[in-house]
Design a protein around this ligand. Structure first.
Ligand code: DOR
Ligand code: ZN
Length: 347
């Protein structure tokens, strides 16, 4: 629709989110709970959430941090390591609280040191996950430091992901935060049961943004922003309404001093505008009518969960995220800090 000023959609879900713990959790959770009915919560805490018992305890801390009256369900994940046991998969499935397991190649990103060194070692675990209907969420980058950082996702597909997907034909796999044309093409052509999440930053920005007028640590995330041709491929596939591609913000808060540093952390905080930024993208693409499918239908359908009952209304109203939100200790610089966001959530 042309000149749409208001859009009511089914309440969306965030299929990839970092909430952290303690004081940061308390600071960031209200942003997500206001917008999203559910979120897949990443397990890369320190120490990582490697057991069902730890996931259940973390879920309780999330629930305890929710604002009064919030309607929000955390969907928990386990962090796979070289020593994850099949029995842990059984416990995770039996708990009803765990939706899947996250594969971090060891050393790929923030808090991934305990991740998996060789996925073939986990074939028995993936088989058990297939049997128990737990989804595998994949951080898809090779970790070889000799590999150019812009090629890591494409090489991962060839060397790790495609063979894994074929070895485990019944395993549900989400290729998280896809950033390249190669990833789009792979997911489009993969067998049923393979899908992907897409972040706002990879739809809105290319790698030039990292260096615009100087180095921009708050736009550094992993996988790193890519070329314009890659961004175009992501935008085309979401505009087309391909059900294999759905919303996952990868909102990843780090205190300002940890990002503005000689060796700054990877992660972009976007939960404060977690649906609004996607509305901008879909409007730019002339595809606002497809936002609801991307944000509220395709992910739930892929995971075999009911679609949410409530609605959320977006208004075409420009607002300015603050320069920073308070954290204790420190502060958190959000995406678009001091700039503007074109859409706002009503109420
Ligand atoms: O940029 C990122 N930040 N990428 C990841 O994979 C992890 C995340 C985090 O936890 O900060
Ligand atoms: Zn992430």
């Amino acid at each position: 629709m042309v000149n749409m000023q208001e859009l009511t959609i089914r309440r969306p879900d965030d299929w990839h989110l970092h909430l952290r713990d303690g004081a940061i959790l308390a600071s960031v959770l209200p942003f997500t709970a206001r917008r999203f009915a559910r979120a897949v919560v990443m397990p890369n805490l320190t120490p990582p959430v490697t057991t069902t018992a730890a996931a259940l305890a973390y879920r309780e801390r999330i629930r305890a941090a929710l604002p009064a009256g919030a309607d929000f369900t955390p969907l928990m994940t386990l962090y796979l390591t070289d020593s994850t046991a099949r029995e842990e998969i059984d416990r995770a499935a039996a708990s009803g609280a765990v939706i899947g397991c996250k594969l971090y190649p060891a050393g790929a990103t923030t808090h991934s040191a305990a991740g998996v060194t060789d996925v073939r070692r986990l074939d028995a675990v993936f088989e058990r996950m297939s049997e128990r209907s737990l989804t595998l969420q994949v951080h898809g980058e090779v970790v070889d430091p000799a590999t150019d950082i812009f090629d890591r996702e494409a090489l991962f597909i060839e060397q790790v992901l495609a063979p894994l997907v074929e070895r485990h034909p019944r395993l549900h796999v989400v290729f998280e935060h896809v950033t390249t044309r190669a990833a789009v093409e792979y997911v489009c052509g993969a067998r049923p049961g393979v899908a992907a999440t897409v972040t706002p930053q990879h739809l809105l920005l290319n790698r030039n943004a990292l260096f615009q007028g100087g180095i921009r640590p708050h736009l550094y995330c992993l996988p790193v922003l890519k070329r314009e041709a890659d961004r175009e491929a992501l935008r085309a596939v979401v505009a087309a309404g391909n059900p294999r591609f759905f919303l996952g913000t990868d909102s990843a808060p780090h205190a300002r001093h940890l990002k503005e540093a000689a060796c700054g952390c990877a992660g972009i905080f976007s939960a404060h505008a977690g649906i609004e930024l996607y509305a901008e993208v879909f409007e730019q693409l002339g595809a606002l009518g497809r936002l609801e499918d991307f944000a509220a239908h395709f992910g739930a359908d892929f995971y075999g969960l009911p679609r949410n009952a409530g609605t959320l209304t977006l208004e075409k109203r420009s607002w300015s995220p603050p320069a920073a939100y308070p954290l204790s200790p420190g502060e958190l610089v959000p995406l678009r800090a001091g700039e503007s966001v074109a859409w706002a959530v009503r109420g």
